[in-house]
Design a protein around this ligand. Structure first.
Ligand SMILES: Cc1cc2nc3c(=O)[nH]c(=O)nc-3n(C[C@H](O)[C@H](O)[C@H](O)COP(=O)(O)OP(=O)(O)OC[C@H]3O[C@@H](n4cnc5c(N)ncnc54)[C@H](O)[C@@H]3O)c2cc1C
Length: 391
């Protein structure tokens, strides 16, 4: 009987692992389990809001991937994992495994605040982005409060600003961040560029405070300020899903699984992507598509090595850089160790997104929608301004 590898999660890491294991299908059966029916292309979620991208361009059916790459697909939520007994429980069944790749990504952290959870919009799936877009159209004239000044928060703030201009929604937008600067992990020149860009987009930035309470249409900040007639979007923290929290293994302070150099948390159990905490130098690798894909490949290669009786290979983090894409086309980032500002990093972001899409149709549509939204920007002043010439 063939051995069975189970992959939990059909995101970037899980799908990369499943695709890579195709060449081992003679020796092993591969089952991918995901609670969603489609792979969601998360880096383009803000574009559903800010550039009116079509949602189908961000979705790739996992059933289709299963036929293309030869794995089995089960659309179900994994409820628990028994590492000792090597079996997991879904809402339907109990399934044993010989190898496991945990690639469940990350979830929004509400820091146990029930009222914020209940009243805030989030941005962790295509469904979330569609709900948010709909809510924005119904929130004409309201105060949009975005809590969280990391990459996702600043990118989303620019997207909301562009959506409001494109559709004449007349909202005020406030970005709230607990830290004393935006995107604190970035070098100062990028922080400055992003702050000036948000100022150009007429976004109010409030630093050193956070949202402490929320109810319908009302947001209260930690500094006591109350913002009425508001719509709250919460992107202020990331954690791992419930099944990971239930595992009795070593984790970092955000609940990510501490993996060994081969990406293992147990002899035949690997973790890849956002759920894995891989320490590189003195830091955890950032959550990104690049590292999720390469970790998915590494986990799959090590399963193949077990099967073929060869020594495992350690994960090597190759970092080509990053871009913080802004909806008005004025992005910034470090690529191949060079600081980039303006349109070039924007172009790189959409080219990479098209390149990494799983279907040629999606790739084509992403590039088409990006170009058409760039040329049909109703308010050119927000693209061609002093900032573009300054850096
Ligand atoms: C708004 C936004 C913008 C981003 N922009 C960028 C960017 O520009 N560049 C970049 O590099 N990165 C970006 N990222 C980060 C990047 O998208 C993530 O690092 C990447 O998606 C992680 O891949 P993953 O496979 O680990 O997890 P995911 O892609 O999140 O996939 C996890 C999968 O696991 C499934 N799952 C979870 N729990 C269960 C369960 N219990 N049972 C079954 N299935 C389960 C989920 O349904 C999901 O399909 C962005 C993220 C967001 C949210």
């Amino acid at each position: 009987m063939k051995q069975r590898a189970i992959i939990i999660g059909g995101g970037f890491a899980g799908l990369a692992a499943a695709k890579r294991l195709k060449r081992e299908l003679g020796k092993i059966e591969v089952l991918l389990i995901d609670k969603r029916t489609h792979h969601n292309f998360l880096p383009l979620l803000p574009d559903l809001v800010g550039r009116d991208f079509k949602e189908e361009n961000l979705l790739y059916p996992l059933e289709h991937a299963s036929q293309r790459f030869g794995f089995e697909f089960l659309n179900s939520r994994v409820k628990s994992i028994d590492l000792e007994e090597q079996k997991l429980t879904t809402v339907l069944d109990e399934i044993p495994f010989d190898f496991l790749v945990i690639a469940t990504g990350s979830e929004t952290d509400f820091y146990a605040s029930v009222d914020i959870h209940k009243h805030a919009y989030t941005l962790e799936s295509v469904d979330d982005a569609i709900k948010l877009r709909r809510a924005l159209f119904e929130a004409r004239g309201k105060n949009i409060v975005i809590c969280g000044g990391g990459y996702t928060g600043v990118e989303l703030a620019s997207a909301v600003a562009m959506a409001c201009r494109r559709h004449f929604l007349n909202n005020t937008i406030t970005l709230v961040n607990i830290g004393q600067s935006l995107c604190t992990s970035l070098p100062w020149q990028f922080q400055k560029y992003i702050s000036e860009n948000l100022e150009n987009l007429a976004i109010n930035v409030k630093l050193g405070t956070t949202v402490s309470r929320a109810e319908k249409d009302v947001v209260q900040l930690e500094n006591g300020e109350i913002i009425r007639n508001s719509l709250l979007i919460w992107v202020a923290g990331k954690t791992t899903s419930g099944i990971i929290q239930g595992l009795q293994v070593d984790k970092n302070r955000r609940g990510r699984l501490l993996v060994d150099p081969y990406l293992r948390i147990g002899k035949f159990i690997f973790a890849a992507g956002d759920v894995a905490s891989f320490v590189h130098g003195a830091e955890n690798l950032r959550m990104s598509v690049q590292f999720s894909l390469s970790q998915g490949h590494c986990a799959a290669d090590n399963i193949a090595r077990y099967l073929n009786g060869r020594p495992l290979v350690p994960f090597k983090a190759h970092d080509p850089g990053y871009v913080v894409p802004m909806a008005n086309g004025l992005s910034c980032g470090k690529v191949m160790n060079r600081d980039l500002f303006g349109r070039l990093p924007t172009w790189l972001h959409y080219s990479m997104s098209a390149f990494r899409s799983y279907s040629p149709k999606n790739s084509y549509n992403v590039l088409r929608d990006w170009l058409s939204s760039s040329f049909h920007n109703p308010d050119k002043k927000f693209q061609i301004n002093n900032l573009a010439n300054k850096y």
